[in-house]
Design a protein around this ligand. Structure first.
Ligand SMILES: [Zn+2]
Length: 184
């Protein structure tokens, strides 16, 4: 159910869903929509008031997501340059990982909304996000190293990052920078 409240002359639209939650939950999504879930017992008046109480937070969150959208990065390569770089880097990183006696994983490219890459170590497939086209070569290399490291250590524990660090000394800084890039 879509509802509207007014706060300081601004209209806040929110999507209300009745759910078996404890009381009320409010969330601003990256697409800037406001989502509220509330228990059936909570009255609409109470929910509207709740949203108004949280209005500063909501408007602030929307503004932040807007800023992120405006500063969306531009592709850094042509599609061809990009796929050439990916396969070149993939081959080079595989050579380094040969010390672990692994077989060469299959490389797949796919658009993903929430992560840069994934590793299916059972089937030995590494999938990379096509949105890496917005990333620097250093960042692309990091993601490939990260996914290759999952062939050795499956989780994200200390042992895992030891493997990553072996091939990418600066991984902490790179990871931090990449977290700021908005994936669509
Ligand atoms: Zn990982």
């Amino acid at each position: 159910m879509i509802r509207e409240v007014e706060y300081k002359g601004k209209v806040i639209k929110y999507n209300l869903e009745r759910k078996k939650v404890k009381n009320i939950n409010l969330r601003v999504k990256p697409d800037m929509s406001v989502y509220v879930s509330a228990n059936n017992r909570v009255s609409l008046k109470y929910i509207d008031e709740f949203v108004i109480k949280k209005a500063d937070f909501v408007l602030n969150a929307i503004e932040n997501f807007q800023k992120r959208t405006y500063t969306l990065p531009q592709p850094k390569y042509s599609k061809q340059e990009f796929s050439e770089y990916i396969s070149k880097s993939f081959d080079e990183i595989y050579k380094k990982f040969k010390i672990f006696n692994i077989i060469k994983p299959e490389l797949k490219l796919r658009k993903m909304k929430s992560r840069w890459g994934s590793c299916n170590y059972v089937k030995c497939i590494i999938t990379l996000n096509t949105q890496l086209i917005y990333c620097t070569k250093e960042q692309i290399d990091y993601v490939i190293i990260h996914e290759f490291s999952h062939l050795i250590v499956h989780n994200h524990g200390d042992e895992f990052y030891k493997v990553v660090e072996k091939f990418c000394k600066d991984y902490k800084r790179i990871r931090k920078e990449m977290n700021k890039i908005y994936l669509r």
